[in-house]
Design a protein around this ligand. Structure first.
Ligand SMILES: *Cc1c(COP(=O)(O)O)cnc(C)c1O
Length: 223
């Protein structure tokens, strides 16, 4: 077991707390999502032993192999889907995950609505925004975010917690986080899923409610 995981979790939590004091108003509650994609049960159990309960995975199939047994051992775990979702995986995703961060099109919203109703499950979501208008990135366009949130609620009856983004690589992320926060205000949603290992202190200063952190906790991933 990797003893470093508990220590790194502690460091990340401390940096989040410091950054949350710089947000206005200070002390916003921030949920730390430990992104365990690419890591196996040993690493995950080390984090669970250290008290971590929110975890993120970006593939339904990988999560389906790792998490059912872990969730039986730790029923209070909350599993967040932070990667792309296909409609043909909606049923599996609804059975396994507790929050979906990547809703970005009508078909997915409809499939999640149908499957949550069928399974009689509550499944809050985030709408993913392509905040840098990048050709190859997922997410609704910034200009469509408010309308799409509205349709997720009114047409599909989904519980929308907030907005999620991944800013363009190699650019200062702050302005993108600020823009997501403005969009969330316009859409009347509270939560902001933003910030990864490289940029989470800035994200928290800008009002992140959920940060998604992998390598700063578990170490470098292969590939
Ligand atoms: C992998 C991933 C993360 C975590 O990335 P790190 O840089 O390892 O912290 C966060 N969000 C999404 C959507 C990811 O795919």
């Amino acid at each position: 077991m990797d003893q470093g995981i508990a220590e790194r979790l502690g460091e990340v939590r401390a940096r989040i707390a410091t950054a949350a004091q710089r947000f206005d108003p200070p002390g916003r509650k921030v949920t730390l999502i430990a992104v365990s994609k690419g890591f196996g049960e040993d690493h995950i159990r080390a984090a669970l032993d250290a008290g971590q309960r929110d975890f993120g995975e970006n593939r339904v199939q990988e999560a389906g192999k790792k998490w059912p047994a872990l969730k039986r051992d730790y029923p209070d775990v909350r599993l967040h889907l932070i990667g792309p979702l296909q409609t043909n995986k909606a049923r599996e995703a609804v059975a396994l995950f507790d929050v979906i961060h990547t809703v970005d099109r009508e078909k997915i919203a409809a499939a999640l609505a149908a499957e949550t109703a069928r399974a009689n499950r509550r499944l809050p979501i985030f709408v993913e925004v392509n905040i840098g208008a990048e050709a190859r990135k997922a997410g609704v366009a910034a200009g469509e975010a408010v309308g799409f949130v509205e349709r997720c609620r009114k047409v599909h009856g989904l519980e929308v917690l907030g907005l999620m983004c991944i800013p363009p690589a190699g650019e200062a992320p702050g302005p993108y986080f600020a823009q997501l926060a403005l969009l969330a205000k316009a859409a009347r949603v509270e939560s902001l899923s933003m910030g990864m290992s490289a940029d989470y202190p800035v994200a928290v200063e800008m009002g992140a409610s959920h940060v998604r952190i992998g390598s700063a906790i578990f170490g470098a991933r292969e590939a």
